[in-house]
Design a protein around this ligand. Sequence first.
Ligand code: SER
Length: 314
Amino acid sequence: MTETIIVLGSNGQIGTELVMNLRAKYGNNQVVASDIRQTDNAAIKSGPFELVNVLDKENLHQIFEKYKPTQVYLLAAILSAVGEQKPKLAWDLNMNGLINVLDLAVEFKIAKVFWPSSIAVFGPHSPMENTPQFCIMDPNSVYGFSKLAGERWCEYYHAKYGLDVRSIRYPGLIGWRSEPGGGTTDYAVNIFHEALEHGKYESFLSADTALPMMYMEDAIRATLELMDAPADKLTIRSSYNLGGISFTPAQLSAEIKKHLPDFEISYAAHDPRQAIADSWPNSIDETYAQKDWGWKQKFDLASMTADMLENLKK
Ligand code: SER
């Protein structure tokens, strides 16, 4: 079957990389990139592009009608740090954008939908170490509880309408091709750029704040593998935990120093993102992803750091 795929929110940190990989896999013309803004990014411009606002259901309807997609990836969202500055907008976009897409996916009988969740669905009363798939979840960021509510909607549309919607709770994502978009884990990307350009970095998170992170190459591969998995193997229809690599700013900085011995890190005295980070897990259990669709991570802290620096230097 020929797939036609729409990626909503294609210009962001994940979208940019996902469009590239989906086009390599399915052909440039089979993957429609879309966002609320135009872009100069060559990868996005290598195939069809549409201006789309996911909050405008009419607009979305026209695009679905035009392309009759078999798969839709909804990546348009406001992340944790920006979400705290614009709470109502974050709730509106993250929630109503998702519900619009789920509704249209049912109406257009779309074969598969992907929607990303996050480690932000966990909260201060969730177990901090090896956080399990099922546990107490009391997220206290707008982003976090919009993602948790979104997971409930995904599971509901699957149960009620048979919609094949699939999801991953991404750890913080680190890649060299795209910039992060206003999250709490952004430090782990910024640090590489600053290390190479200025030899130093001021971290907005404290030295010992451990968070689960993942190299973009692993995250994209996980997404494609989950989307290729047989539907009857998937026991989780909310969103799958993925473990990633857990490290602190101090540990990442020590790893960077192995390549750039003069690199220096300092720590900001106070930043509102610290409280968000403190409410998230230190590490995550990914047993369900391993068992259901055979997930196996490739990059660890050392190989990710080496690959980031090598590619950014180019
Ligand atoms: N990386 C995201 C953030 O920091 C979490 O999903 O907001």
